[in-house]
Design a protein around this ligand. Structure first.
Ligand code: ACO
Length: 323
């Protein structure tokens, strides 16, 4: 039996920062409403860079930071709901751009839980002995599917990518996981619909291509499921909240995180937050946070970190990793 270690983290976000005040020129909103309800002050928005472009920069950064050669990568997974194309997958575009000629590559669609699910998949390939080195990226260009006239959603989301390089190791750094989906609630958060339109079918209703959600339902779902998932995770690992150095939650709303911390009776300072700067970047939010923490020296060898994602599907999942 083999074990998995997280060797490197990296991220890439578009240059353009869009503030709440900038958005108040587009829709009827204010900095005060957005920041008090969500914790968001600005977000990065692509001026042309697509999901694959950011993923390629992340993959190159991971190879550089880890000193693993592109030929030694066996697996590339990109978690995204905003790929450049349905095919080729974003992961295949990354494989080609970095020259990872020995890797197999595919995308995973699990919205804001995507990075956590994809890291879990990579761990199983490494643990089974089938792979030695895997690149796992969460990336979104949500600005492509945001309705820039809808103030209830356009203020929430941002673009970006982040990832990790996972390798076979003597150290078991993927300690436990807890993954779930509830498709019966799927229509509470939708986007990117493509109805059947062909020579024989021409439905009248327009496609629901833009992100739409029942914010209150998602809020209550997240504040129930995330604490439950983290409790299960701790139980599986025979650990207590005191054993955990950091929780890196999906950055959807700072109020959700405050409720989660309270329900778990954990100090809010243990929950890393950068939502003020990036907004909700769906699958990218957790790896962007991990890369920032790593670059700032906040992650130290031996620390135990919970990553916890929740969102479209509906999906939710958490894992305990050791740095
Ligand atoms: N500016 C000003 N007013 C606004 C804005 C805005 N940007 N957006 C909504 N409002 C108004 C509404 O129209 C409403 O007005 P009304 O009372 O006159 O009808 C009022 O503000 C309150 O709206 P609510 O939707 O009730 O506001 P709420 O406090 O629930 O906050 C929010 C909304 C921020 C979306 C919250 O529900 C939330 O964060 N939910 C969770 C979302 C989430 O976590 N999604 C994660 C998954 S995303 C993914 O997977 C891709």
């Amino acid at each position: 039996m083999f074990s998995t270690e997280f060797i490197a983290f990296d991220s890439c976000t578009p240059q353009k920062a869009v503030t709440n005040d900038d958005l108040s020129l587009l829709v009827d909103t204010t900095d005060e409403w957005i920041s008090t309800r969500t914790g968001i002050r600005e977000r990065r928005i692509s001026e042309g860079e697509n999901t694959s472009d950011m993923c390629i920069k992340v993959a190159k950064g991971l190879l550089k930071k880890s000193s693993v050669s592109a030929e030694d990568i066996d697996l590339i997974i990109v978690a995204t709901i905003t790929p450049d194309f349905a095919t080729p997958s974003t992961a295949c575009m990354v494989q080609s751009a970095v020259g990872a000629v020995n890797a197999f590559a595919f995308d995973v669609s699990a919205a804001c839980s995507g990075f956590v699910f994809a890291a879990g998949i990579a761990d199983k390939y490494i643990r089974s002995g089938m792979c030695r080195n895997a690149i796992v990226i969460g990336a979104e260009t949500l600005s492509k599917i945001v309705n820039w006239r809808d103030r209830t959603t356009c203020v929430l989301f941002g673009d970006g990518a982040g990832g990790a390089l996972l390798s076979r190791s003597e150290r078991n750094c993927y300690i436990a996981e807890d993954m779930h989906s509830d498709g019966s609630l799927g229509m509470q958060l939708t986007g990117g619909e493509a109805k059947v339109r062909n020579a024989f079918a021409d439905p009248e209703e327009p496609d629901r291509r833009y992100l739409e959600m029942d914010g209150r339902t998602i809020f209550s779902f997240a504040t129930r499921k995330v604490p439950a998932s983290i409790r299960t995770l701790l139980e599986k690992a025979s650990l207590t909240p005191d054993d955990i150095d950091w929780v890196v939650p999906h950055q959807a709303n700072s109020r959700i995180v405050e409720v989660v911390a309270k329900k778990l009776d954990m100090p809010p300072e243990k929950f890393f937050m950068n939502i003020a700067k990036y907004g909700n970047t769906s699958a990218a939010s957790i790896p962007i946070a991990l890369a920032q923490m790593s670059d700032e020296g906040l992650l130290k060898k031996g620390q135990k970190v919970i990553i916890s994602g929740f969102g479209g599907g509906l999906t939710w999942g958490s894992a305990i990793i050791e740095i």
